[in-house]
Design a binder for this molecule. Structure first.
Ligand code: FES
Ligand code: FES
Length: 136
């Protein structure tokens, strides 16, 4: 019979082989943690970044309790933020993620979660780096 393809191969790939699953030490002053939830469905995404002294993201990790599209979106987000300056990372748009993964309209909020998580992680990092700034 004819196969009904609901999801793009990229979603399935990121869902079955998610990149950078795990946690970074949230007490590290070079680590920013973003924890966001989607009110629509109750899914939760944690995305973390670790920067070097120049503010370049050298590591990223995520844990997502949610649907396949949310997992794929966060996996892709961790790949995209790596190597970027924190300020560039916040320019990643949910529409770019949705386009890359060819998400259907009903799943757009899943990629929104990834955009929000990146922004939250950067915000957390900036708050911490102020806190930890040398008081010379
Ligand atoms: Fe069920 Fe997202 S709505 S996992
Ligand atoms: Fe809610 Fe995907 S994050 S359905």
């Amino acid at each position: 019979g004819r196969q009904i393809r609901k999801y793009d191969d990229k979603v399935i790939d990121h869902y079955e082989n998610p990149r950078n699953v795990g946690s970074l030490n949230k007490n590290d002053k070079n680590v920013g943690t973003g924890l966001v939830g989607a009110p629509a469905c109750g899914d939760v995404m944690k995305l973390q970044i670790r920067v070097d002294e120049n503010g370049e993201i050298i590591e990223s990790a995520f844990k997502t309790f949610g649907c396949g599209s949310a997992i794929a979106s966060s996996s892709l987000a961790t790949e995209w933020v790596k190597g970027r300056n924190v300020n560039d990372a916040t320019k990643i748009k949910n529409s770019d993620i949705a386009k890359e993964l060819k998400l259907p309209p009903v799943k757009l909020h899943c990629s929104m979660l990834a955009e929000d998580a990146i922004k939250a992680a950067v915000k957390d990092l900036k708050t911490k780096q102020d806190t930890f700034a040398p008081s010379s």
